[in-house]
Design a protein around this ligand. Structure first.
Ligand SMILES: [Zn+2]
Length: 111
């Protein structure tokens, strides 16, 4: 299955969200359209988790917020040396193991 790098725009108020929520965080609207996001973003801020959640194999985990177009996205950053303002791209991959199950999702790879 091909993973789409998209956010979800509320049809009622226009708020853009990622991840998707059942109802719009702003107006409680329930209808969304997919909006393709840029393949390049900017790391806005980051932190390192030395006691990450269950299923993360190799602490510390670098977690960051990157801006892609008009949306801010939270995700794992694939470097031990993150820098605010660095350019990143979304890549699909393994995030963690949860109760024996592999969880996949987008992570940010420095360019
Ligand atoms: Zn809305």
């Amino acid at each position: 299955m091909e993973q789409k790098w998209v956010a979800y725009r509320c049809k009622a108020c226009g708020k853009l969200m990622l991840p998707k929520h059942d109802r719009c965080l702003q107006c409680k609207g329930e209808e969304f359209e997919e909006v393709e996001l840029p393949q390049e973003g900017t790391l806005i801020t980051w932190t390192k988790l030395y006691f990450p959640p269950e299923g993360i194999e190799m602490p510390p985990l670098t977690l960051g917020i990157a801006k892609f177009g008009e949306v801010h996205v939270l995700g794992q950053v694939m470097t031990d040396d993150p820098k605010t303002g660095m350019r990143v791209k979304p890549v699909w991959g393994h995030l963690r193991k949860l109760r024996g199950r592999d969880i996949e999702g987008f992570k940010f790879q420095p360019l």
